[in-house]
Design a binder for this molecule. Structure first.
Ligand SMILES: Cc1ncc(COP(=O)(O)O)c(C=O)c1O
Ligand SMILES: [Zn+2]
Length: 414
């Protein structure tokens, strides 16, 4: 039996979708617990039946204004996520470079767009528990949305691999926190093994990005960019588990399938040098990633060696004539500082987009004045330890007189 059948008409949630295997092209009836093809094991695509929906924008706040193109949940769990600013850079390279500042979502990252959809589904199908593996932001977001929904949230984290701000959020929202030895990939293995365990199936809802419904929420980044500046030439995205780049591409593709736009931006995925299973393979002209056992980078959000959504991301990049690029940790730190000088505090993974953009301009792969959107996925305050690696100039004074003298010097030297 299709597990979803036990949810009866709750499956109306997905009635405007078909699940299709991108490898064998078998189609399946949507089901909240069906993620992979039963024949080949590949993650299924949720194809929106564009002939059955309209691109109609509702007046509600956040991503649910695009609800025509999202799962039709019976209860929406929202914190008014989405509607993030698209900010044109003024000091950095390029006349047409924008930052989509996802750090301004309710928990400080783009994960909230997916989590509002995922937790609403969990609530609508009566789940009592949600489970996620996380490099931190997914945990923070899941914990907050589950708190709001009255659902218990289990998070599995790589021990010592999560930025302080993110861990603090998971603690504050009362998540049940497990730490495992190893990287994010090990944490995800725990989650996947448990949710495929018959004992737990149906009672715990998994909300990692292999869950395609979460990605449906994330695709609204594309809709918001389109609403504001039309279709850009390039969209540059940090790639970890590789769900978000696919989600954004899917959003643009749906606009094209709906006849609203006639081109899709070039999707460019950035990985850190020590955690670049996709970018390394791309450079070598291979057609699948070179998985890494011990991923290593300062950007903990993308410290992932075996991205579960790799085939999704690969297609997004390939079908949009894009590419993958690597940047090193020093380049990430430099870019974080440059964005800070624009007034934008972003976390290291997000800063990798500017570093990647600069590299591709230098290599003459893209022109600096092309309309380019950098997806700044998370807020800088998430990772205070990395910020402390930047030059710290704390001036100490012992008297008012000394204070005045220093101020005078500053004024004279400006
Ligand atoms: C700030 C930030 N940027 C980028 C990513 C990578 O996104 P994805 O795993 O969808 O590639 C993550 C994922 O945790 C993240 O938290
Ligand atoms: Zn298949």
């Amino acid at each position: 039996m299709n597990i979803g059948e036990s949810f009866g008409n709750r499956l109306d949630i997905f009635k405007h979708y078909t699940l299709i295997c991108p490898k064998c092209e078998i189609s399946y009836k949507p089901d909240p617990y069906l993620f992979t093809c039963t024949k080949c094991g590949e993650l299924l695509d949720a194809i929106l039946n564009t002939r059955e929906v309209n691109y109609k924008i509702h007046s509600c706040k956040g991503i649910w204004k695009f609800k025509e193109l999202l799962p039709r949940v019976s209860e929406v769990i929202t914190l008014c996520e989405g509607n993030t600013p698209l900010i044109k850079l003024v000091h950095s390279i390029g006349k047409n470079t924008y930052v989509k500042f996802e750090g301004l979502n309710p928990t400080g990252s783009f994960k909230d767009r997916g989590m509002t959809v995922g937790v609403s589904i969990a609530k609508s199908i009566g789940s009592k528990f949600v489970i996620v593996a996380s490099t931190g932001n997914t945990a923070a977001s899941a914990a907050a949305y589950c708190a709001r929904a009255g659902i218990k949230c289990i998070v599995v984290l790589p021990k010592g691999g999560v930025a302080k701000g993110k861990l603090a959020q998971a603690i504050l929202h009362d998540a049940i926190i497990f730490e495992v030895e190893g990287s994010f990939d090990k944490a995800l293995e725990y989650v996947i093994t448990e949710i495929t365990n018959e004992k737990f199936r149906g009672s715990i809802y998994p909300l990692n990005s292999f869950n395609v419904w979460r990605l449906e929420g994330q695709k609204t980044i594309a809709f918001e960019i389109f609403e504001e500046i039309g279709v850009p030439d390039n969209v540059i995205v940090p790639v970890g588990n590789a769900g978000n780049i696919y989600a954004i591409w899917k959003g643009f593709k749906e606009l094209k399938d709906l006849g609203i736009i006639d081109k899709i931006p070039r999707m460019i995925g950035v990985q850190a040098e020590g955690a670049a299973p996709l970018a390394n393979a791309w450079k070598l002209g291979l057609n699948k990633p070179i998985f890494i056992d011990k991923p290593n980078t300062i950007a903990s959000a993308i410290r992932i060696g075996k991205p579960v959504n790799w085939f999704r991301a690969w297609r997004a990049v390939k079908y949009s004539n894009g590419l993958f690029v690597t940047v090193n940790d020093q380049e990430i730190l430099n870019a974080q500082k440059k964005l800070a000088k624009e007034g934008l505090a972003v976390e290291p993974a997000s800063a990798s987009t500017l570093a990647g953009f600069e590299k591709l301009i230098q290599e003459k792969i893209i022109d600096k004045d092309e309309k380019t959107v950098l997806i700044a996925t998370g807020h800088g305050l998430k990772d205070p330890d990395v910020i402390q690696l930047h030059k710290l100039d704390l001036l100490r004074v012992n008297s008012l007189r000394e204070f005045e003298n220093i101020i005078m010097k500053l004024l004279n030297s400006s």
